[in-house]
Design a binder for this molecule. Structure first.
Ligand SMILES: [Zn+2]
Length: 362
């Protein structure tokens, strides 16, 4: 598979459908169904859990278990308070960005389907230009065109409804994928593509492979915390997104230097098992897969932490996809990086030996 392109038109079709479907934290199951439907021909069986995490399993009877993982949820808002004149104040469900809210169109999810709304904002003419308000959680509000609270309720909108952005997938200048929720629908996409490649290349793995799409990452790695207890894996290779730090107003001395188009980003962090990470780096070097490095003090802030610190310690590593404008509606990644993360996970899996302990003391 040296220089053959991995992502084909059918993969793109799946990615588009998977991205365009809303999958807010706590409400991931429709997205999980789309993902499982795509994955089905490439796995032996599925595990799902009470909160909606889905796992495609290859060789379910094998004792040694390897997880490849992404998370299925996307950031959203909750309806928190409805004013007497029918405007809606919100709280976050994940790290939703107050700065990008004004003038965005929103979808409010109700029992009877989507209710449209808009984040309003005072006109430039009416603002004090010496002392302008910037958008904050306590001053952004949604207008659904209702005259009062009663009408809001009649439209099916109540406290606790979740709110997502409708922005859909498109390709920018041929090789950039743009959408909301590429964090981390791209992860689910890439691990599914790994399963497809294993199947198409007739690779028989000498261990059980658990292709895991965890829920509730955005509010604190909760889905991964649950499913790692169920699977009890020996190894976990997690994939998530990280920042492209080359766009304006990002301090490289603080955030490091990683950018789109330069390859997968391999993490150094206490939760990352060094021998597993070296296996991944050796794989990249052998297979001429470009990669970048990133360091995290204390936590990676990804599901890597949840897997690593579970079950008495699980050898874990993190391969990230560099992304611009995280948690906005125009998250942007480079197609080549998506390809190379898939390749790097695939080739690393082929190097893992069953019963490998990754012990520092052998
Ligand atoms: Zn995120």
């Amino acid at each position: 598979m040296a220089n053959k392109k991995i992502i084909n038109s059918n993969s793109i079709k799946f990615l588009q459908k998977y991205l365009n479907n809303a999958s807010p934290t706590g409400y991931e199951w429709e997205g999980q169904k789309i993902w499982m439907e795509y994955l089905k021909p490439y796995v032996d069986t599925f595990i799902t859990d009470t909160y909606g995490t889905a796992v495609g399993v290859i060789n379910p009877e094998a004792e040694y278990k390897v997880v490849i993982e992404g998370h299925s949820d996307e950031i959203s808002w909750y309806v928190n308070y409805i004013t007497d004149n029918g405007l809606i104040y919100v709280i976050r469900n994940g790290g939703s960005d107050h700065q990008i809210a004004p003038s965005k169109v929103v979808n409010i999810h109700t029992k009877n389907g989507i209710v449209k709304g808009v984040f309003g904002w005072p006109a430039i003419h009416t603002r004090d230009n010496k002392d302008e308000n910037s958008p904050k959680l306590d001053n952004i509000f949604i207008d659904i065109g209702a005259k009062d609270k009663e009408e809001v309720e009649k439209m099916g909108v109540h406290v606790g409804c979740v709110i997502t952005y409708p922005d859909e997938f498109f390709i920018l200048n041929e090789d950039k994928f743009v959408c909301r929720a590429i964090d981390n629908r791209a992860g689910g996409f890439m691990i599914a593509e790994v399963a497809r490649l294993l199947h198409e290349n007739k690779q028989k793995l000498p261990f059980g492979l658990y292709i895991t799409n965890s829920v509730q990452e955005e509010i604190g790695l909760r889905g991964a915390e649950m499913i790692t207890q169920t699977i009890k894996p020996n190894v976990a290779i997690v994939t998530d997104v990280c920042h492209d730090t080359t766009t304006p107003m990002i301090e490289k001395k603080k955030q490091g230097h990683t950018e789109i188009g330069k390859g997968p980003v391999i993490s150094y962090a206490p939760a990352v098992q060094n021998k597993l990470r070296e296996l991944i780096i050796e794989t990249a070097e052998e297979k001429n897969i470009p990669f970048q490095r990133m360091a995290a003090s204390r936590f990676t802030g990804t599901d890597t932490d949840a897997f690593a610190y579970s079950n008495g310690g699980v050898a874990s590593a993190l391969i990230s996809l560099p992304l611009r404008y995280m948690h906005t509606t125009v998250e942007t990644v480079h197609r080549d990086d998506v390809e190379n993360v898939i390749k790097l996970i695939y080739e690393s899996l082929l190097k893992i030996k069953p019963n490998e302990t990754f012990s520092y003391f052998d």
